[in-house]
Structures are given as C-alpha cells and as structure tokens.
Design a protein around this ligand. Structure first.
Ligand code: GLU
Length: 424
C-alpha cells in the first residue's frame, strides 16, 4: 500500500510521529484502504484561540489555547485539557488521536479530542487560572457540548478547573449543563471513583499482565515514575495488593527503598507539602533517570510522553511496562522493548480507566442519577479486564506486540463504524 509511507519516524521523540508510526503499522496489517486511512488520519477539527487574561499584576497576557477533535465517528468526542508550558498543536493532535483509539479499545461510545493551553499553572494564582479557564471555555463555546465534545482533566488540571468550565459553559447557555465536562468535584455531579480511575485501571492491567507472565504479585517489585493523580493512585492500589513499590518520583526527584516505599507515608507527605515529594525521607534519593532502568518486575511511567527513548531503551530491565502516561514510549524504542521480551501494556489500553469512569460520570449526569462506588469499580474493572483480554488475544492472532494489537482493535472498530455510517 504505497499511500502508507514506510513508517518514517522523522523526529524520533515527537508524539505525533510516534502515534502515526504505530497507526501506520496497524493500518497496514488490517489492510485499510487509502480513503479510510485518510479519514482516520486527518483530525475532524482543529481550533486555536488566543485568550487575553488580566494577570494579578494588572497586565494583560495572551495565552494560546487549543482543542483538536480527532474523530467523532463513534460518538461525541472526549478528552482532557492540559495546562503545561510545553503544550503545542502537534502534541495536542497526537493526544487527541490517542483518545480516539483509547475510547475504541475500551469500547465506549466516544470519539477522541484533546485540548491544552500553553501556560505554567505552577506559577499562576488561583484567580489567574480561573480567568484563563473561563476565557478558554467561552472561546470554545461552539466546540464543547454534552452531545458534541466533552472535556475532562489532564496534566495540570483537575476538578477545580472542570468546575469553572462547567459553570462558565452553563452561564453562557442559561442553564446548568453538568454533562458538558467530566472529572468534576462530587458536589457538582462528579462521579465516585473518578479521581483514582486511571490509577485503578493501571493496577488492573498490571495484575492481568502479571497473570500472563506468571509473576506472583506478592513477590513483584514496581517502580512508578510520576506521583500525580495517575502515579500516586496506581502506586497505592498496587501497594495495597501486596506489590512492593520500591521507587517513586515526581518533579522534586526520585526516591528508592529496596524494602518498599511506604506509600501511605508518601501520600501524607504530598498532602502536607503542596502536592510535592520534596523532602520525603522514606527512600534514598536517586537520579530521576535511573528509576526507569531499575531491575523491577513492573515499570509504570505515569508522567509525560517520550521518557523511554533511544538513549535509555537498551537499559530498561523491567519485565513489564504499564503505561499510565500518554505516549511515554517513543516509537523508536518499540523494537528494542519487544526484542527484550518486555510486555508493554500500551497507554491507549493501560490508562483508559480514566475515560471509562468519565463515561460513567456523563451517563449519570444525563440520567440525573448517582451510582454507588461498588457499581463503578465493578464496571470499570470489567471494562479494563475485557479490553486487556481483547488486545492480548489480538496480539496472539496477528503475532504483534500488545501496542500494535491495541491499535488494530481500535482502528478496526472505528473503520467499521464509519463504513456503516457512510460518508458523502
Ligand atoms: N485526560 C485523560 C486521558 O488522557 C482523561 C480523559 C477523559 O476522561 O475524558 O485519558
């Protein structure tokens, strides 16, 4: 198929190129034709806005905000909003496409989108962040909508920002519309279990992977990169189930303890120290990069994209990688990881627990009803377990990695749906 270039990885550590090279490989294996290839490749909508905000100093600063809707073939598009200085259109495009594949892998009726604002939330006051969030929401008024495009938290945002977004959108529409966004605080129609949902899905995938590799969880060791919403919950849930979490890290550094980090103590430290591990004494400080190459059973990269790259790919010693972050493994590292026999549970499967519970939140909002914690846990664990098995079986059938198998499952579903719906 000449229209699919032979997977060029132009910039080895660019998330869009990484995403595309996997997409190309899976599309080739599935025998997707040229028209369908282009339909699935080109985002449905890309919006860039300038958001002028009065800073606390009184000066007006203009921020650039993005929303990319990659696909709405399966349903309204879904995906988080990222506040980070590195946010750019290419990154948002990759993240939006990953959302399409992620929702398809776990079989929920959503397309994929992602938004972001290039800003440094750590250096902004709550008032500045509120004005920025409200300004972004107003600029995206015709993009968002409970039946159109439904944002959620991502890096640098959380329930607080989602509450502002829901409020601004509702004011503009003249009525409360809580289903326009997920990841809200509980009192505003947030769902029980949403905060830990992504970390819980990571834990479920880690256990499913240990079963396949015949690793005894009580003897397993684990290193978690990133101690934000995803990493901290994944670490806690693994630790509670007997896995020895020997290393954790965040922006302040990496902490190692061969007898196991006391995760409860680490979480208490976060609460008392402005969400940072700075000054945590429950482990010896090690160079942050060395956490990734520790000889552990399970490595959970739960920070950012492109951390397993050409430079360190040969040194990875884990038996299994469970990707809590989006895009932590650059495409250039796939071959080496596979040749080493490392089971890599890919991002679009491993971190899909978050969007799954977002889906439950949206369903509850639309029903005007609240589900119990038990129901949410049961249903999200089932979704993750079923998706893991579907991807694992596909990897055996096509003799490919779990990553390419996940893309095959996703692309096949979206392509078949498009074929039924039909185009012009
Ligand atoms: N930002 C999260 C993700 O990357 C959650 C998206 C959502 O819940 O819509 O999966």
């Amino acid at each position: 198929m000449s229209y699919i270039e032979p997977a060029p990885i132009k910039d080895k550590e660019n998330p869009l190129d990484s995403m595309m090279s996997r997409f190309d490989e899976a599309a080739r294996l599935l025998g997707i034709d040229e028209e369908m290839y282009n339909i699935l490749k080109i985002p449905a909508r890309q919006v860039i806005v300038g958001i002028p905000i009065t800073m606390d100093s009184g000066r007006i600063k203009v921020f650039e905000g993005y929303r990319v809707i990659h696909s709405n073939i399966l349903g309204p598009s879904k995906g988080g909003i990222r506040y980070d200085p590195d946010v750019n259109l290419n990154e948002v495009k990759a993240l939006a496409a990953w959302m399409t594949w992620k929702c398809a892998v776990v079989d929920i009726p959503y397309g994929g989108a992602k938004g972001g604002i290039a800003c440094n939330p750590r250096e902004m006051s709550a008032g500045e962040l509120e004005r920025l969030t409200r300004g972004y929401t107003l600029a995206m008024l015709d993009v968002f909508g409970p039946d159109r495009d439904i944002p959620a938290p991502d890096m640098g945002t959380g329930p607080r920002e989602m509450a502002w977004l829901m409020d601004e959108y509702s004011r503009a529409k003249g009525m409360t519309i809580n289903a326009v966004v997920t990841g809200k605080p509980l009192v505003l129609g947030g769902s029980l279990g949403r905060m830990e949902a992504t970390g819980r899905g990571v834990m479920v995938c880690a256990f499913a992977g240990m079963e396949k590799l015949r690793i005894n969880p009580y003897k397993a060791t684990c290193a978690v990169q990133g101690f934000g919403n995803v990493g901290s919950h994944a670490a806690m849930l693994l630790h509670e189930r007997g896995v020895n979490v020997v290393a954790v890290s965040d922006m302040s550094g990496a902490y190692y303890n061969e007898n196991g980090i006391d995760i409860e103590a680490a979480l208490r430290h976060l609460d008392a120290n402005n969400r940072s591990l700075e000054g945590f004494t429950g482990g010896e400080k090690i160079p942050p990069a060395s956490l990734l190459t520790l000889p552990v059973d399970i490595l959970v990269p739960a920070a950012k994209e492109d951390v397993i790259v050409e430079e360190n790919m040969h040194k990875i010693q884990a038996r299994m990688i469970v990707e809590g972050a989006n895009g932590p493994t650059a495409a250039v590292a796939d071959k080496v990881i596979n040749e080493k026999g490392i089971l890599a549970v890919p991002d679009i499967l491993a971190n899909a627990g978050g969007v799954s519970v977002s889906y439950f939140e949206w369903v509850q909002n639309r029903l005007g009803y609240k589900w119990t914690y038990e129901r949410i846990q049961r249903r999200s664990d089932r979704i993750m377990r079923d998706a893991f098995e579907r991807v694992y079986e596909t990897s055996l059938q096509y003799k490919v990695s779990m990553r390419i198998a996940a893309y095959i499952v996703a692309i096949d579903k979206v392509a078949r749906t498009y074929t039924f719906r039909g185009g012009y």
